[in-house]
Ligand binder design. Structure first.
Ligand SMILES: C[S@@+](CC[C@H](N)C(=O)[O-])C[C@H]1O[C@@H](n2cnc3c(N)ncnc32)[C@H](O)[C@@H]1O
Length: 262
């Protein structure tokens, strides 16, 4: 494919690009993200970035893993921001590569703030967020005229946090798409139940979307915590709860998609 150079922005030395890499499959990256990988002097990436994506980096680029490394603790957010600033001040083209979209549960805004405070110019390149992409790939529409006119994207990693009122989310009657929820399925399901969601509410989980470990699990709200406890639903996973979850059934037979695990 010949992409006219005029379609792609120039990656200036001393700037940082905050780029979304999508859910894993390099084919789901934007042209600008692929261009950034070819141009960057330094790639500071999250742990979840697919090795196939990192393989597109310039062979002489410095690769820095800013995610969890083995049993060592994750670097602090302030240290990651500092790393970006240091590389940019050294005159490098710095690619901060994040899974999905950098501004959806990706701390992209925190890093942009740190760069702005340090006087470093940056560009933001959106990506296919796993919450929407993982579902669409399997024929699950985030919205459909006949089922919902809104959709809630929520993080489940703060299940006990009072700032997220799960029962109120349930009362909206709108589908909920959960990121980072696998460790908290029991309290989340209980709170959604208190908000009125029935135990037979449809749920679909997509684990490791677009990776070799991909699995799709169809279940109900009542059975969800048990599947999590039994290791049948593992991280990273996107979990869709409500009216959109069963919609794939009507189109599944013609959908070209990976195998579905029962
Ligand atoms: C820190 S959040 C980052 C979200 C990212 N910024 C996005 O827009 O997709 C990490 C969570 O994204 C979800 N996730 C990321 N990649 C995924 C994949 N390939 N399949 C399923 N879920 C994924 C999981 O819920 C995981 O816990």
């Amino acid at each position: 494919m010949n992409v006219p150079a005029s379609f792609l922005p120039v990656f200036e030395a001393g700037t940082v690009w905050l780029v979304g890499a999508g859910p894993g499959d390099p084919g789901l990256m934007t042209l600008t993200a692929a261009h950034a990988l070819q141009a960057a002097d330094v790639v500071v990436h999250d742990a979840l970035i697919d090795p196939r994506v990192l393989g597109l980096a310039r062979p002489d680029a410095i690769l820095e893993n800013a995610g969890k490394r083995g049993h060592r603790p994750s670097p602090r957010q302030a240290d990651i921001s500092e790393l970006l600033v240091t590389h940019a001040r050294a005159g490098r083209r710095v690619l901060r590569l994040k899974g999905g979209d950098p501004f959806i549960f990706g701390r992209g805004h925190e890093e942009a703030l740190a760069l702005a405070e340090a006087g470093i110019r940056f560009r933001i390149v959106p990506g296919v967020s796993s919450g929407l992409g993982s579902l669409a790939l399997h024929g699950i529409p985030a919205t459909s005229r006949d089922s919902n006119h809104a959709v809630i994207l929520a993080t489940g990693h703060l299940a006990e946090d009072k700032s997220l009122d799960w029962a109120s989310l349930a009362r909206t009657g709108q589908p909920i798409v959960l990121y980072m929820a696998v460790a908290n399925l029991e309290p989340i399901a209980a709170a959604l139940g208190r908000g009125g969601l029935a135990p037979d509410t449809a749920v679909i989980a997509v684990h490791g979307a677009t990776t070799p470990a991909e699995a799709v699990i169809e279940t109900t709200l009542g059975a969800l915590p048990g599947l999590g406890a039994a290791g049948r639903i593992r991280s990273p996973a996107i979990i869709a709860i409500g009216a959109i979850a069963p919609l794939r059934a009507a189109i599944a037979s013609f959908l070209i998609a990976p195998e579905v695990q029962a």
